[in-house]
Design a protein around this ligand. Structure first.
Ligand code: C5P
Length: 232
C-alpha cells in the first residue's frame, strides 16, 4: 500500500484511561493519528481503540507481535478487524511468522499497513552480541528490512538515522515509521538517537511517532501545529 504524504502519530503513553481521554479532547484527527502501545492496550483493550476511532482518529496499534506463526496470524487477523490504520510485528519472528502475519491481515478483508520492528532502538551492538547475533546493529537492520520487504509487508519501524544506509536496498514505496523525534536537541529524554521532524522527513521517514514532546505539553495542539508546519 502506498503512503503518499507523511503522517504524524502521537504516542499515547499515559498511565490512566482518564488521562488519555482528557488528552484526546485536546487533539484533532485532521492533524494526527494516535499510537496505542502495549501499556495502554493492556489498560484499555479494544475499547480505548474504539474510543479514539469514534473520534475519527487513525489508530496505529503498536503491539509488536512476536510468537509462533499461527498465533501471530490470528492476532494480526483480530487486530485488523479492529479497523486499525497500522499494526506491527517483530521482524525477528522469521520468515514463516512474517508470512503468517500477512495472511492474517489479508484474510481480515481490512487494509491496514502491516509493518515490522527491526532492531529496537534501545539495543546496541553489545546487546546483539550478548544474545548471539554477531552482526552490527546496522547490518542486522538491513538484513531484517530486506527480509520484511521480500514478504511484502509495507515497511519497518526504525530510527530516522538508519534510513540513509538501507533505503537503496528496499522497495521505493517502503514505509519508514520513525520514533525518537524531538523538536530540539535539549529534550532527549531516554531516546538515544533523536532527530528533528524536518530532518526525519528529509531522510525519508513517512510516519513520525512523537510522544512526550506533545503529551507533556499544556498546549499539545500547538506542538502538533508546529511539527506540521516544519514538515510541510
Ligand atoms: O515520548 P517519545 O517521543 O520518546 O515516544 C516514542 C514512542 O515510540 C514510545 O511510545 C516508544 O515506546 C515508541 N518506540 C520507540 N522506539 C522504538 C519503537 C517504539 O521509541 N524503536
Amino acid at each position: 500500500m502506498i503512503l503518499n504524504n507523511p503522517k504524524l502519530f502521537v504516542a499515547l503513553d499515559f498511565d490512566t484511561l482518564e488521562d488519555v481521554k482528557e488528552f484526546g479532547q485536546k487533539i484533532t484527527p485532521e492533524k494526527c493519528g494516535v499510537k496505542v502501545g502495549k501499556e495502554l492496550f493492556t489498560l484499555g483493550g479494544p475499547s480505548i481503540v474504539e474510543w479514539f476511532q469514534n473520534k475519527n482518529f487513525d489508530v496505529f496499534l503498536d503491539l509488536k507481535f512476536h510468537d509462533i506463526p499461527n498465533t501471530v496470524k490470528k492476532a494480526c487477523y483480530v487486530a485488523s478487524k479492529l479497523g486499525v490504520w497500522m499494526l506491527n510485528v517483530h521482524a525477528m519472528g522469521g520468515n514463516e511468522m512474517l508470512n503468517a502475519a500477512k495472511e492474517g491481515v489479508d484474510q481480515s478483508n481490512e487494509d491496514p499497513y502491516l509493518i515490522a520492528v527491526t532492531i529496537l532502538t534501545s539495543m546496541n551492538n553489545k546487546d546483539l552480541n550478548d544474545i548471539g547475533i554477531m552482526h552490527s546493529v546496522s547490518d542486522e537492520i538491513l538484513k531484517l528490512a530486506m527480509n520484511v520487504a521480500s514478504h511484502k509487508l509495507d515497511g519497518i519501524v526504525c530510527s530516522a538515522n538508519d534510513i540513509r544506509d538501507i533505503k537503496a536496498f528496499l522497495p521505493k514505496n517502503f514505509v519508514y515509521v520513525t520514533p525518537g523525534i524531538r523538536l530540539n536537541s535539549e529534550e532527549q529524554d531516554d531516546q538515544k538517537r533523536i532527530m528533528t521532524p524536518e530532518a526525519a522527513i528529509q531522510e525519508g521517514s513517512n510516519v513520525l511517532v512523537v510522544g512526550r514532546p506533545i503529551t507533556r505539553s499544556k498546549t499539545p495542539d500547538d506542538v502538533i501545529e508546529e511539527i506540521l508546519k516544519r514538515i510541510s
